[in-house]
Design a protein around this ligand. Structure first.
Ligand SMILES: Nc1nc(=O)c2c([nH]1)NC[C@@H]1CN(c3ccc(C(=O)N[C@@H](CCC(=O)O)C(=O)O)cc3)CN21
Ligand SMILES: CC(C)C(=O)C(=O)O
Ligand SMILES: [Mg+2]
Length: 277
């Protein structure tokens, strides 16, 4: 079922496809991506005109309460992909391949990507640069669009040596090489996470596919944030790259406190919230 035309932002198709993102790049039109993990939030983000929703492995922290994205599994992400896909019609739904779901072989990567697509994703995303280009190619060959993810990649925290900016000093050439390799492998777009401004510019010049920044400055084609960071629900202030557009944490706490106070004082529920015989 398609969303009625009146609900659709201008310049957006009935259903966003990877081709539209390529077209917007050619037209110089910038766009915003957000994560989503549940039906109601996804529907609100669709209403806001967000064209691409990511069911990120960041669900590890914001949904499941893990400290890092390393523990989260396919079994934990698949139901969230289904919820977001069922709740929305227009946005392109991208699903993260979690740590452990694609590293062993091309076959494992294709199997995992197929499972995410069967759950309702329209594309998958996987972390890694030139060394992962073969995996990207294998999944693309299976008929599944792949979004790359280079720069800082949280799944590789222990290999990288912590949460840190990517591409400083001699590592800059490697990030640009990663971008080229992922684009050459057939990715339709790529996330570029926490690289320095000069490296972001070099990546932008090096590839023709849409680039989606996070913590990488203003010189890429698009931007992504975790929605709870963007809306101020997350109380973790570690992230320098986040801009908060609401204080949902304060709002939700206030609502819960007011509700509890009403219940405790007998103001709610009243007779108007009950049913006559
Ligand atoms: N809620 C949430 N938001 C995210 O943006 C996010 C997740 N979760 N989980 C998966 C990854 C992990 N991400 C992160 C998390 C922390 C930093 C961080 O600590 N950044 C420091 C910079 C460190 C440095 O200067 O080297 C910062 O100050 O932003 C970066 C990326 C991005 N992703
Ligand atoms: C931060 C974005 C790009 C991500 O990969 C996630 O939310 O898992
Ligand atoms: Mg992720």
């Amino acid at each position: 079922m398609d969303a009625p035309a009146a609900d659709r932002p201008p310049h957006q198709p009935r259903q966003v496809r990877t081709l539209h993102l390529q077209r917007w790049k050619a037209e110089g039109r910038r766009w915003a991506m957000l994560t989503a993990y549940d039906a109601m939030t996804a529907r609100v983000l669709e209403e806001a005109g967000i064209p691409v929703l990511l069911v990120g492995d960041s669900a590890a922290g914001v949904v499941y309460g893990y400290d890092t994205s390393i523990p989260v599994t396919m079994e934990e992400l698949l139901p969230l992909v289904g919820a977001v896909a069922r709740a929305t019609h227009r946005p392109l739904v991208v699903a993260d391949l979690p740590f452990g779901s694609f590293e062993s072989s091309d076959a494992q990567a294709v199997d995992s990507a197929v499972r995410l697509m069967k759950a309702g994703a329209n594309a998958v995303k996987l972390e890694g640069g030139a060394r992962r280009a073969g995996r990207v190619e294998a999944i693309v060959t299976a008929g599944i669009p792949v979004m790359g993810h280079i720069g800082f990649t949280a799944q590789a925290e222990h290999a990288i040596g912590g949460y840190r900016v990517a591409g400083r000093g001699e590592a800059a050439d490697q990030v640009v090489e990663d971008a080229r390799a992922i684009a050459a492998a057939g990715a339709f777009s790529m996330v570029v996470e926490m690289v320095t401004l000069p490296v972001a510019r070099r990546v932008q010049d090096a590839v023709d596919i849409p680039t989606i920044g996070i913590g990488s400055g203003p010189d890429l084609d698009a931007q992504v944030l975790v929605w709870q960071d963007m809306a101020g629900l997350n109380d973790d202030r570690r992230y320098r790259f986040v801009k908060r557009y609401a204080d949902l944490r304060e709002q939700l706490r206030g609502a819960a406190e007011a509700y509890a106070a009403d219940v405790e004082s007998g103001v709610f529920p009243g007779p108007e919230h009950a049913f006559d015989a």
